[in-house]
Design a protein around this ligand. Structure first.
Ligand code: AMP
Length: 584
């Protein structure tokens, strides 16, 4: 299959023809000076397609920079989608109009081929509200769509997946800090496969020092500059004359800056130091946000190529378990055959990987995935849904403190998973803001404490609990537990449970899924139909088929006891072109 990937700027069109399955790149290039052509983007694309005539194009994947709050994932483009992308223009006035021009031109030139929009912002769309919220008056924020959206999503998600494959660990077990360092630069905290923080904000101007963009600036500085220079000049200054170029005075290319710095040029030395310092601050912050980090990933033109910059950034991160092997760092050369290099030293607890980004492949894969999904079917075998109220699992030592030395849990009633029971014992949860009394303990005792609450409970207690799969309590939130015989101040253990399905290997075979997969489950026919995404599949022969969600999640679909859901899955074998033609 060939997907034409288009990245349309105001004066140029970058393109690639990619096979999303093999990753093979069948054509690539750039059409320049589009705005000078009489027929603009349409003429440029028509000429481009003539030159690509030997490749049969199954679909077109468009990079769209800003999807606002409406687009949380890629979409097949129709008139409504075009209108919604248009509505995001105020959020990305430089980028979205050019992306739209490319889409419209491609729809005219290839009317029978599906067009898919893949948004830079989509990977970050499920960041928690504490990360997306900007601390200004909330009505004003809502009126103007002011919040953190994040960018470089295709790159961060691609390198995270490559890192997981390289480390031979499921992405759902990894805490990663991805550093995309190119002309534009951003860092992203990826906790168990999900972006939970990123350095670019409402626009791609916030965060790290970039080629010509300032990154973080005190808003007071912006106000002052607007008063002194006017809005347009301030805009130009912050977007085009700042960053590495602004500090060094020798341009935005780090290669030139590094050469000048070696000759003793003061501005270039300062630019390099500020760039590294700013990123190091973000890495420290993101390790704190995730309660730890398993690997730091470098990508983008600078991240992939600048040995000296990588060395400078990581050199004081040994407190995070980072240790870089200088020889490996120097020898690192990414190729099509080896797109991941491990530059960590032997004793490193936190790995440092250099990974070739491939946004075009990611866009092609997203395009193919989405089109296959358009032909989704719902499995026939219903999945029983169990609604978990807040509850507590205790370890032996904590049980001793709360209920007395050698005390035991006593069975109140059996629960659905074999061997598990609700006990008669209860504890009180005490948070900084409030307390919740009488929370039931589930038995038997476990090797680690785990306290599972809903988002509503989180607000009541005044705590931030991360979304975690069962057993993944390292670096989770602290909580005080009160029992009849004692109190304990747990440093970690409080989580908001990740929704999941328990199933046996036979069930997994029936549904065609494996342990660790993420699936979607649809709840239909009730008052509030809903498709739950990111449902983790957990397979064990002792499990009983059942999906577990918390009370907030159940309320969202107005579910009650006895509810069932249907697994939604894709039919990858459906030929994409044929399907789309039949839809039109
Ligand atoms: P990108 O936007 O990802 O294409 O990155 C482009 C930037 O990467 C250039 O402007 C350079 O600053 C930087 N870059 C590329 N190659 C090197 C290199 N060998 N050493 C240092 N910086 C490099």
């Amino acid at each position: 299959m060939n997907i034409l990937v288009i990245n349309c700027g105001s004066s140029s069109i970058k393109y690639q023809v990619v096979d999303p399955d093999s990753g093979e790149q069948r054509a690539a290039g750039k059409v320049e000076r589009v705005s000078e052509m009489a027929g603009g983007h349409k003429q440029a694309l028509a000429e481009l397609l003539k030159s690509l005539a030997q490749h049969e194009i199954s679909a077109v994947g468009h990079r769209v920079v800003h999807g606002g709050s409406d687009f949380t994932e890629s979409v097949v483009i129709d008139d409504d989608v075009l209108t919604a992308i248009e509505a995001c223009v105020p959020l990305a006035p430089l980028h979205n109009p050019a992306n739209l021009a490319g889409i419209r031109a491609a729809m005219e030139v290839l009317p029978a081929v599906a067009q898919v929009a893949v948004f830079d912002t989509a990977f970050h769309s499920r960041m928690p509200r504490r990360s997306t919220t900007i601390a200004i008056d909330s009505d004003t924020a809502k009126e103007f769509g002011i919040r953190r959206y994040g960018f470089h999503g295709s790159s961060h998600s691609h390198v995270a997946q490559r890192a997981a494959a390289f480390l031979k660990r499921p992405i759902s077990e990894l805490r990663l800090i991805s550093c995309h360092l190119g002309n534009g630069a951003s860092a992203c905290a990826i906790e168990y496969g999900r972006s939970v923080e990123t350095s670019m904000g409402m626009t791609p101007l916030e965060g790290l020092v970039m080629g010509t963009r300032s990154g973080d600036v005190d808003p007071g500085v912006v106000l002052r500059l607007c008063r002194e220079l006017g809005i347009d000049e301030t805009d130009t200054l912050l977007n085009r004359n700042s960053g590495l170029a602004g500090i060094s005075g020798v341009g935005n290319d780090l290669r030139d800056i590094e050469s000048k710095a070696a000759e003793g040029h003061e501005g270039s030395r300062l630019a390099i130091t500020v760039f590294a310092h700013q990123l190091r601050k973000y890495i420290g912050a993101y390790a704190a946000v995730m309660g730890g980090v398993d690997a730091i990933l470098f990508t983008g033109g600078i991240g992939q190529n600048s040995v000296a910059m990588r060395q400078r950034i990581v050199q004081r991160l040994d407190f995070l378990g980072v240790q870089v092997d200088e020889d490996a760092n120097r020898d690192c050369k990414l190729t099509a055959q080896q797109d991941v290099w491990d530059i960590s030293g032997e004793t490193a607890r936190t790995r440092v990987l250099v990974i070739a980004t491939n946004e075009e492949l990611k866009i092609a894969q997203e395009t193919a995935r989405l089109l296959a999904k358009e032909n989704h079917v719902v499995s026939e075998k219903a999945i029983p849904i169990a609604i978990s109220a807040r509850h507590v699992h205790l370890d032996r030592a904590t049980m001793d403190i709360l209920f007395g030395e050698g005390s035991e849990l006593t069975v109140y009633k059996e629960i659905s998973q074999p061997g598990q029971y609700a006990s008669e014992q209860r504890v009180n949860l005490v948070g900084p803001r409030n307390r919740i009394d009488g929370v039931r303990i589930l038995g038997p005792l476990r090797s680690k404490n785990q306290i599972e609450i809903s988002r509503t409970d989180e607000y009541k207690l005044g705590v931030d609990a991360p979304i975690r799969g069962s057993g993944k309590v390292a670096g989770s939130a602290p909580i005080i537990l009160e029992g009849p015989k004692g109190t304990i101040n747990l440093k970690e253990g409080l989580i908001c449970a990740r929704r999941h399905i328990h199933m046996t290997p036979a069930d997994a075979e029936h549904y065609g899924v494996s342990h660790g997969d993420e699936v979607e489950v649809a709840v239909c026919g009730g008052p509030r139909d809903l498709v739950y995404g990111d449902v983790l599949v957990r397979v064990k022969s002792s499990y009983l088929l059942e999906m577990h969600i918390d009370t907030d999640e159940a309320n969202a679909a107005e579910l009650s006891r006895g509810a069932t859901g249907e697994l939604v899955y894709e039919v990858p074998s459906v030929p994409v072109v044929a399907t789309l033609r039949s839809r039109r």
